[in-house]
Every structure is written in C-alpha cells, then in structure tokens.
Ligand binder design. Structure first.
Ligand code: NAI
Length: 396
C-alpha cells in the first residue's frame, strides 16, 4: 500500500518499512565507515529497536562483529496496518546482520516482566552461553511491577512549583508560553519506579544468578542532564529523580559484580529527537536551537554518531573508562560546551514564532521527527507501493 504519515498529537500513527530500512542501512554504513571497534562480542540490548538502543545494537554488530540479542516492545504489522517503526527497524537490522554472517535474534515483549526476562535468559543460555555487554536503553511511560503487580505511570513534571517557560509546537512552528503544574501524590515514586534503576538491577541480578555474565562483563544505561533552561522540567523534575536513581544503581550493580570484575556505567548522552524526547514540553524548542548552533559549529551528532563515540572513545580505548566527578561517562560534552550553551541561551530569549524558522533549526527537528517513523528519508520512493507486512526473521 501507499503509506503516508498520519499525525495524532505528538506521535505519528503510521510508519514506513522502506524508510525505516534505509535509516538502519545508513547507520550501518556510518559505523562501517568509522572502522572496527575492539568491543564486546556477545551483546544484549534492552530497548534495541529505536533511538540510542538501536544505535548501540548497530554499533556492536557492525563495529565489533558482535552477536546481538535485542529486546523491545513494538507493534507488529497486519494487513493494511503498519507496524511501529521499531518493528521495521529490527526487521531491517536482522536482515543486514544475517547477510553479514552475524548472529542476531530479537525478543518482542515487556522487558519489565518476568516472562520476557525468562525468555531472554533461556535464549542466551541456548545460543550464546555468556554475554559481555548489556546495554539498558528503555524509555517507557509505564511499568507493571513484576513483584507487586502495580502499574506505575511516569510523569514529566517539575517538583515543588509551577514551571512557566517557552515551548514550540514543532508542527506549526508556533512558540507559546506553557505552564506545567508541579507533581503531586506519588508522582515521583511512580516515575522512579518506571525510569529509575530497579529494573536494570533486576536484569543484571537475573543474568548473574544463572551464570550468564562473562568475566569482566560491562553494562551501560543512558541518562541525560541538559542545561539550566530545561532543568525544572527535566533534571530537577520527576524524570531527573528517576535518572538520579538510575545513576545510583550503577554503583550498586558494580558492587554486586565485584567477584566477576564486572562494571556498570551510566552514559550521559546528548539531547536528540526521539519518540521519548518529543513528548517532553520545552525540550523541542531547546533541541531546535541546539541543533542550529551545533550544526553551525560542525559538531552536530545523531544517535549513531553518539554511540560510535561512546564505544570508540570511552568504553573500548584499552584504557580505563573516563568518567566525571559523579562517576558518569559523558558524551554530552559537545552539547554542554560553554560557548554552545551561551549561544543557545541567547537565542532562547529572542525566539518567537516569527523568527524561529530562521533562528532555530525547526526544519532539522521536523525532518528528524519524520525520519523516526521512516518518512522524509532520502532515496525512498514514497509513491511506490510498500509491503506493510514485514517479518522479523528470528521472531516466530
Ligand atoms: P526510544 O523511545 O527511541 O527507545 C526506547 C526503546 O525502549 C525502544 O526500543 C522500545 O521498544 C523499548 N521499550 C519501551 N518500553 C519497553 C518495554 N516495556 N519492554 C521492552 N522494551 C521497551 O528512546 P531513547 O530516546 O533512545 O531513550 C533511551 C534511553 O536514552 C532512555 O533512558 C532515555 O532517557 C535516554 N536518553 C535519551 C535522550 C534523548 O534526547 N532522546 C538523551 C539522553 C538520554
């Protein structure tokens, strides 16, 4: 069928299999162009189908010839109904990995559940024996707790007082003021339960208990800090509390892996357009100004460039992994450069609807957003008939 983008609020309800495939191929080409990375050979990626997790899977497979198992939660296609983009991405990834002679299998389901953990452990046991790198890259609005059965919902709210600032509707380009009421009740606890480190710890405990971690195994989860402009709604808001918890969990995991000389890291990544970040108020305006400045300076990166640098210049240099004073890996270094932030802060004050398309990179933002769903990708013929029913080879 002919597949077109169909928008509902901040999400696109359709996705294009050919566009997603092209995106994956472009990322693979990028990794190949950067040369081999002396990284892990058996890798589990939790949250492997989009954004930073997909980039991690691609970097491991095509940078280090790694066998990869990817876990994700995506909607399969049916006749006349497109899949979610992560499904098409994973189908394309597996095709390319298998063509290159690489082991790649995927598990589609709720990574927070005991069942999906069990399925993953059994697959590792049967096919890989032990793994040496676990990337934890989940972004989810909800988590059904596997022990209590409680359904936790995360919220993106400030803590303590109402936050008022500018935001942009990136579809219309309209800049307006938005007020976000502070969180209340159990909002913080719920957000920490969803996006904090408890589930990461559960995965590592489960893998270790069944002797599925190789000596020296490493695990990495992703975090964000960002500038003072966004801190009320991000780092000092409910999601920031979850990230504090995630970062503290890295130390607890490293302690628990002392006997196998294993290590857990949190990598602080750059702000990028993903399905997760486009839903946070204020962030799209920040990103569109940030993109403008970083592109002008020639230092703009997407997920794949970020993760390539994380592997090559942080994790696998042959030396100790460099971390900041809080023990975190930083690949948000270019975003947080003082000159970049000063310029963004200046533009922030001046940005209004009338000048944003020139002052900010609204076009770049929109393009990245459409690209997430496989639209507006160069080299794809959107007028041609596309088969929406695409299978992921390893999923029965
Ligand atoms: P994303 O939305 O592109 O990817 C989320 C992944 O999690 C997908 O593979 C999805 O299938 C999977 N997933 C969600 N719920 C699941 C569930 N219940 N079971 C199994 N899989 C599930 O998100 P993105 O942006 O790549 O985020 C990944 C991590 O990176 C998050 O921790 C996020 O906070 C962090 N990060 C994101 C930044 C950004 O600007 N986008 C910046 C810095 C860090």
């Amino acid at each position: 069928m002919i597949i077109e983008p169909r928008m509902r609020g901040f999400i696109c309800t359709t996705s294009h299999p050919k566009g997603c495939e092209q995106n994956v191929k472009n990322q693979i080409e990028y990794i190949k162009s950067k040369g081999p990375i002396a990284g892990a050979k058996k890798v589990l990626v939790i949250g492997a189908s989009t954004g930073f997790g997909l980039a991690s899977r691609i970097t491991s497979a095509f940078g280090s010839d790694a066998a990869t198992i990817g876990v994700f939660f995506e909607k399969a296609p049916s006749e006349g109904k497109t899949a979610s983009p992560g499904w098409y991405n994973s189908a394309a990834f597996e095709n390319e990995a298998h063509k290159a002679g690489l082991y790649a299998k995927s598990i589609n389901g709720d990574a927070f559940s005991n069942e999906i953990k069990r399925q993953t452990l059994d697959l590792i046991k049967a096919d890989l024996g032990q793994i040496d790198l676990i990337i934890y890259s989940l972004a989810s609005p909800v988590r059904m707790h596997p022990v209590t059965g409680v359904l936790h919902r995360s919220v993106l709210k400030p803590i303590g007082s109402t936050f008022t600032n500018k935001t942009v509707d990136f579809h219309s380009g309209k800049v307006s003021e938005i007020s976000i009421e502070p969180c209340s009740g159990d909002d913080i606890e719920n957000t920490v339960a969803v996006m904090g480190g408890e589930d990461w710890g559960m995965w590592i405990d489960a893998l270790k208990a069944e002797n599925l971690l190789a000596p020296g195994a490493t695990t990495v989860a992703y975090s964000y800090i960002g500038p003072s402009l966004t801190e009320a709604v991000y780092r000092k808001g409910t999601i920031g509390r979850a990230k504090d918890h995630l970062e503290a969990t890295a130390f607890a995991i490293t302690n628990s892996l002392a006997d196998i000389d294993g290590k857990a890291f949190v990598s602080v990544n750059k702000a990028l357009v993903t399905q997760a970040s486009s839903a946070i108020p204020v962030i799209p305006l920040y990103i569109s100004l940030l993109y403008k400045i970083m592109k002008e300076e020639g230092i703009h990166e997407g997920c794949i460039e970020q993760i390539q640098r994380l592997y090559q210049e942080r994790l696998y240099t042959g030396n100790e992994v460099p971390v900041d004073e809080s023990g975190r890996i930083r690949i948000d270094d270019l975003e947080m450069r003082a000159d970049v932030q000063e310029k963004v802060a200046k533009l922030w004050i001046e940005a209004v609807t009338e000048n944003l398309s020139e002052m900010g990179d609204l076009e770049g933002y929109r393009k990245d957003f459409y690209n997430l769903f496989g639209f507006d990708v160069e080299g794809v013929d959107y007028k041609a008939d596309a088969n929406e029913v695409v299978n992921i080879e390893s999923i029965a």
